[in-house]
Write a protein that binds this ligand. Structure first.
Ligand code: FVH
Length: 294
């Protein structure tokens, strides 16, 4: 269904930092927008700009076929939609969840008569509505549903469809964010090492950022090794050499009075992989230990 403006009407549940940013872009693009938030005051600004404020989540859901939810977590989605009639609705859930929660939510929506698309947002609120910022949302679920709403969903940020399995958007989202946390762990350890010295963190920052950007290219070699199953393929800095170097990193941390707690789990994995495989491998072989849950 489209409006007289030719733009698909959108209902949005959840006006936290992210929901508010998303809502502003649909409004600015001329989509009839109905909003609901548990704490009604957060809707006031959008209503003043032309959105329709709904008195309940059920009322908001009734207003449009396309219903987008962006709430805190999976439990809040269940709570917010408990009384809503989802029959004939297209439910797009942009709430961060686990893959299994997304799959269960897809079944739950289907049992209530709705089509379901899950989304994992790869953007922070200031990136929303700013195409050059490069933000996007991973979508997974029914391909035809994604295609039908692709244009509307692309208004706030870019879109990337990652398959029919409703859990795959969440999996991509959490995988990328997990990589990010590993990077932040390394960044914080590096800053801790220089913290007590006469080294300006602001001058150190570009050195660290440039180094990480150069090393990030290693994901492509790792992917190639994982695809082939040959962890010695294209190796530049082998596992044997790197394990031999770990005492230097631990001793440096100790000399600087810095905890080794961020380094040790990864160094332990490297040593265990060396014990079971060739020192000629790349670091990528530790993935084998991780997927075995060891
Ligand atoms: N903000 C960010 O940087 C990240 C970027 C990547 C994606 N995440 C995920 O987006 C979801 C929403 O995040 P948010 O930033 O909007 O979060 P908050 O500002 O904390 O707003 C939370 C909204 O959820 C509502 N809410 C919470 N519990 C319930 C409930 N039981 N029933 C109904 N609504 C609920 C809350 O309402 P209120 O507190 O204003 O009444 C807000 O609308 C999230 O999954 C991120 O992981 C954001």
């Amino acid at each position: 269904k489209t409006s007289t403006s030719g733009k698909t009407p959108v209902t949005l549940l959840g006006l936290g930092a992210m929901g508010t940013a998303l809502a502003g872009t649909w409004l600015a693009a001329g989509h009839p927008l109905t909003v609901w938030n548990r704490t009604p005051a957060r809707a006031a600004g959008l209503v003043a700009e032309g959105a329709k404020g709904a008195g309940s989540a059920a009322e908001a859901v009734a207003a449009s076929t396309l219903v987008v939810v962006c709430l805190l977590d999976d439990a809040s989605v269940g709570e917010a939609l408990a009384e809503a009639d989802l029959t004939g609705k297209d439910l797009v859930n942009l709430t961060t969840t686990t893959p299994d929660q997304a799959r269960a939510r897809a079944d739950w929506a289907r049992d209530r008569g709705a089509r379901y698309l899950d989304g994992g947002i790869m953007a922070v609120p200031p990136m929303v509505g700013v195409p050059e910022a490069g933000g996007y949302v991973f979508y997974s679920g029914a391909a035809e549903l994604f295609e039908q709403h692709r244009e509307t969903l692309a208004v706030p940020v870019g879109t990337r469809y990652v398959g029919a399995d409703a859990g795959h958007a969440a999996l991509h989202d959490v995988a990328l964010l997990s990589g990010m946390y590993g990077m932040f762990a390394g960044i914080h350890h590096a800053f801790a090492l220089i913290r007590k010295e006469d080294i300006d963190p602001v001058e150190f920052a570009p050195l660290l950022a440039d180094w990480l950007a150069a090393m990030a290219q290693g994901v492509h070699l790792a992917a190639d090794q994982l695809r082939s199953g040959d962890y010695t393929k294209g190796v530049v800095s082998n596992l044997g050499m790197q394990v031999a170097g770990t005492p230097t990193f631990l001793a440096t941390a100790e000399q600087q009075g810095v905890s080794t707690e961020l380094l040790l789990p990864y160094f332990d994995l490297m040593a265990r992989r060396l014990a079971e495989a060739s020192g000629d491998e790349d670091l990528t072989g530790v993935v084998e230990l991780l997927v075995r849950g060891e």
